[in-house]
Design a protein around this ligand. Structure first.
Ligand code: CA
Length: 229
């Protein structure tokens, strides 16, 4: 359940907002002065803050600024004066939305829902992790198609990247050059299995400390290659 903080000194307005939000299934806390409002906004994990501008103690401008220094919680600012809304916009405090009082509680609820959905999408996409293979000092970022050796990025061609990734995803399995060629190159592409040998050599030069004693891609004489883990 999403938790909403209302910072509002007019009790009637705060209660009305609370009633409507609770009816829509939100959990709501009210703080009726700026000092307590800021403390709650920073100290607790709210999903969204409805922030009045004119408040006893610390005003809405300062609260918005202070919260933004630490958190990305969506903030809807409300004020009785249209001029104040223009001023808030002008200051670029990082509020996500602005409403002029009086507003209909159902519009407030609609905006709260829209901002929560938007924020969840943002957070959700930020948490989307890249698909990474890590073996000892070798790191293959499949999503970004980048390769790092002991933290240092190495430039890979498309086929080198595909070949290394395929081997690393199938460790301890011996593949013949034919199998690798068929797998990574199209059957009808120009080239032959010697291409595989050339690419393995290039990959080793990038990822191995000592190419004559490879720790990742082993040569299995007379058969092919195997990725060791
Ligand atoms: Ca007020």
């Amino acid at each position: 359940m999403s938790k909403i903080l209302i910072i509002e000194d007019e009790d009637a307005i705060a209660e009305l907002e609370k009633d409507y939000l609770e009816l829509s299934g939100f959990e709501v806390d009210i703080k009726n002065n700026g000092t307590e409002g800021l403390k709650a906004a920073l100290g607790m994990d709210y999903d969204l803050i409805i922030l009045d501008l004119m408040l006893p103690g610390i005003d809405g401008f300062d609260i918005c600024k202070r919260v933004r220094e630490e958190k990305n919680t969506p903030i809807i600012m409300v004020s009785a004066k249209k001029e104040d809304i223009d001023k808030i916009r002008g200051l670029g405090l990082g509020a996500d939305d602005y409403m002029t009082k009086p507003f209909s509680p159902s519009e407030l609820v609609a905006r709260v829902k829209a901002h929560l959905a938007r924020y969840e999408r943002l957070v959700g996409s930020a948490q989307h992790k890249n698909d990474v293979i890590e073996i000892r000092g070798l790191k293959i970022d499949k999503t970004a198609r980048r390769v790092f050796v002991n933290g240092e990025e190495k430039a890979f061609t498309t086929k080198e990247f595909d070949l290394l990734t395929f081997l690393a995803e199938n460790p301890n399995h011996v593949f013949t050059k034919e199998e690798l060629f068929n797998r990574i190159w199209n059957m009808d592409s120009i080239g032959d299995i010697a291409t595989v040998t050339v690419h393995i050599k290039k990959i080793r030069e990038k990822i191995e400390v000592n190419t004559s004693k490879p720790q990742y891609i082993e040569t299995i004489w007379g058969v092919g290659y195997r990725f060791r883990i």
